[in-house]
Ligand binder design. Sequence first.
Ligand code: AHM
Ligand code: MG
Length: 337
Amino acid sequence: MNKVVTLNQFIIERQHEIPEATGGFSRLLHHLGIAAKKVNREVNKAGLVDILGRTGAENVQGEEQQKLDLYANETFLDELRASGECCGVASEENEDVVIFEEGLQRNGRYIVCMDPLDGSSNIDVNVSVGTIFAVYKRLSPLGGPAEKRDFLQPGSALAAAGYVIYGSSTMLVYSSGRGVDGFTLDPSIGEFCLSHPAVRFPADGRIYSINEGNYEKFPPGVKRYIKFCQESDPRSGRPYTSRYIGSLVADIHRNMLKGGIYIYPETESHPHGKLRLQYECNPMAYLVEQAGGQATNGLGRILDITPQDIHQRTPFYAGSERMMDKTTEFLRLFGTR
Ligand code: AHM
Ligand code: MG
């Protein structure tokens, strides 16, 4: 019989492989896993809101969606606080960073940047949403409060990153710098179980993911690449397949398993694109690279960008190596503006 490895077993085993490990990081991950399970429970109930009693007068959908965003934010904040290993959090839901001021947390060695519920407009229609998290070692001294500089580290300094996808099944996928591993929630025992060890991004792919409704506004290099994807060339497997969920986690997750490219480019009206560097692009770029793919802003590596602001945006190109090479070639030839 196959031995099932739970997330907690896995992180404890991994911890033993690192001589200097103190267990702090394992504890942090353990608490992230608990938050993921709580959010999963609420996301699964989202469709019941209409029959569990609300008067039809107000915008029920909008209300509930916002509430789930907030629930996810509070749940992850609470678990990170409870871990005692985290001294502060930057979240898409909070204008300012949240600094944990208690004695215990002041000694936390990590800070976390997160998007607690990404793609939340998809909840209303029963389509996958996700949580994204990025873990850094703090730069400020232990014992004091976290400082701004702790949250403005480049992605290349990440200690770990991961996402949770609340989909047809719920998965937690993470990396702490030695490849990417995926765990599927077994609802019968309430545990994340190792289901996708050592995920590898296929070197080539046939899926392109982009919001083509914005085509007119795309940079010339992107327009030309989309046309390239649509051309017929049986030798290279073109035309490629277009797949776009509008949930970053779900789109990247699919492409990482099947091979593909995800693009959210800059446009004239949005010169920095839409996605956020610190809690969307950096953690996803880290995972993509750890799995053997590439992630850029069209010009250079996402992980090399020095952030100026916790909510800053960046164009985002991520995917299979050969598709990324081709896209970069088109961007060079025809321009990103
Ligand atoms: P959100 O943080 O407001 O949920 O927005 C982020 C989401 C991503 O998950 C997704 O990839 C993108 O926005 C989709 O944007 P668009 O609807 O413009 O294609
Ligand atoms: Mg988001």
